[in-house]
Design a protein around this ligand. Structure first.
Ligand code: I3S
Length: 128
């Protein structure tokens, strides 16, 4: 049999600790609640698991069940405006179902990598 693997079809997997807050749920504004959150990009899903504290509990955070998952397909990603947050390096993620999240890291290389990974995922799967 013939087996063809496109070089671009590598599974997208990325994880790390980011500061995350929801700002809108089903189109309704919700109160910000920034939390240090173990974040996993797995295919077109973005999974969040609030760790038992950040830093030393990465492994524990990874083992814990995701607290919240968003489907990136049909979503959008952009840098957040100053009105959305006073923090620097803030990504604004909007999902197809009207959830808006802010995702932040103090480390610019880290947040730039996440911006790239999220944009690539959203652009690659835009029409699914
Ligand atoms: O958009 P806001 O309301 O200025 O967001 C800030 C608040 O959520 C604040 O908590 P209180 O609800 O206790 O006021 C947070 O401590 C801030 O971090 C939020 O603003 P930034 O600019 O950090 O996203």
């Amino acid at each position: 049999s013939t087996y063809v693997l496109d070089i671009n079809e590598k599974p997208s997997e990325k994880c790390g600790v980011l500061n995350v807050t929801k700002i809108t749920e089903h189109g309704k504004k919700v109160r910000k609640n920034w939390a240090s959150t173990w974040t996993v990009l797995q295919g077109t899903s973005l999974l969040f698991a609030k760790g038992q504290g950040s830093g030393t509990s990465w492994f524990g955070g990874y083992q814990s069940k995701p607290e919240f998952t968003v489907d990136l397909r049909g979503g959008s990603v952009d840098w957040a405006s100053k009105e959305k947050s006073s923090k620097k390096h803030v990504i604004e993620l909007k999902t197809r179902v009207g959830t808006e999240l802010l995702i932040q890291s103090e480390i610019d290389t880290v947040i730039n990598e996440w911006f790239r990974a999220l944009s690539e995922t959203i652009n690659t799967h835009a029409w699914e």
